[in-house]
Design a protein around this ligand. Structure first.
Ligand SMILES: Cc1cc2nc3c(=O)[nH]c(=O)nc-3n(C[C@H](O)[C@H](O)[C@H](O)COP(=O)(O)O)c2cc1C
Length: 315
């Protein structure tokens, strides 16, 4: 079977504008930024945060919505409400977020310390929706507690339809090498599809990861930042072709198209602020990048930003 190439959820990054670009480059499926189940249920529905978090362009590809929380009944109710919106292909449950404010509430990766609760959440969510229910997990809490295999079996038994496994512990946060070996052990232990995540940075690493883990697909996180071409490169690598790097002109066009769409959606002021990080990522690897990032951060509008980016063509 052709492996599934997905965009991993990233809060503050994987909004509809960025996702659409990734889909255009060959991504098969994406996930929203994480959404608090309780927040979704209690906030007035037109609150900007939820309006933006749940927005999707009709021409995007399949999109899962990711929820986090620790109380099975809230998670189930939120899943039912999100299912009703009719725009998501799956409900993904966050069991990997390492942030203190999330684990402090027993959510995210804290659930890996409480497989029983994790199982009850999956069961409750399954009972509340007809959509597939997937779990995004890590390999454990810390080096002493790498319980990914037993945890995966628990959530599978509870009804999970698929898993994405980030090959790091909670304590590692985002540092250190992802443990593909352990991801492979999870894949071998369950019958549901497993997507491998962690350290996919180009086409060849995706191919190696698929080969090494035997997984059904890969999820790309930071490797896609300023680099949506990673999806077409993974496809090229899977076909055994040489990976094509985008010319500078294409990087600039894509960054500016990203900016203009963001501006249409959120207005100039927010878009200029939000695009700073994206511009910094788009110019990664180019010459004189440190100076350019400083200048891009000071740009007051996108015309100025484009003039700065165009310098890449003459240097
Ligand atoms: C800025 C940022 C935000 C993230 N937000 C989420 C999130 O909302 N939900 C989630 O499950 N994972 C989130 N992650 C984790 C990624 O989905 C992914 O598991 C992790 O970055 C490892 O993959 P990578 O090595 O390809 O980056 C986030 C990661 C980053 C860097």
């Amino acid at each position: 079977m052709t492996p599934k190439i997905t965009l991993a959820p990233m809060a503050g990054i994987t909004d509809q504008v960025f996702r659409r670009i990734c889909f255009q480059m060959g991504c098969d499926e994406a996930t929203t930024e994480m959404v608090s189940a309780q927040g979704f249920l209690t906030a007035p529905k037109d609150r900007n945060a939820y309006k933006f978090l749940l927005a999707r362009f009709p021409e995007e590809g399949p999109l899962a919505v990711q929820i986090f929380g620790s109380q099975p009944h809230f998670m189930a109710e939120a899943a039912a409400g999100l299912t009703e919106l009719g725009k998501f292909c799956a409900i993904d449950i966050n069991m990997g977020c390492p942030a203190q404010k999330v684990v402090g509430g027993q959510s995210g990766s804290a659930l890996m310390k409480d497989p029983d609760l994790a199982g009850r959440i999956v069961e409750a969510v399954k009972a509340s929706t007809l959509l597939p229910v997937t779990v995004k997990m890590r390999i454990g809490w810390n080096d002493e507690n790498k319980n990914a295999v037993s945890f995966a079996k628990t959530v599978e038994s509870a009804g999970a339809d698929g898993l994405t496994v980030h090959g790091r512990t909670r304590m590692q946060q985002y540092a250190g090498k992802a443990d593909w070996d352990m991801i492979g052990q999870v894949k071998a232990a369950v019958r549901i599809p497993v997507i491998a995540n962690g350290d996919i940075v180009d086409g060849s690493s995706a191919v190696s990861c698929l080969h090494f883990t035997g997984c059904d697909g890969v999820a790309v996180g930071r490797g896609a930042l300023g680099n949506p071409w990673i999806f077409s490169r993974i496809r090229q690598a899977l076909r055994g072709e040489e990976e094509r790097l985008p010319p500078v002109s294409e990087i600039i066009e894509t960054a500016m198209a990203h900016a203009r769409e963001m501006e249409k959606w959120k207005g100039e002021k927010s878009a200029v602020l939000e695009m700073r990080k994206h511009f910094a990522w788009y110019v990664t690897g180019q010459r004189g990048v440190a100076k350019m990032r400083t200048r891009l951060n000071l740009a007051k509008n996108f015309q100025e930003a484009e003039e700065i980016l165009r310098l890449l063509e003459v240097e």
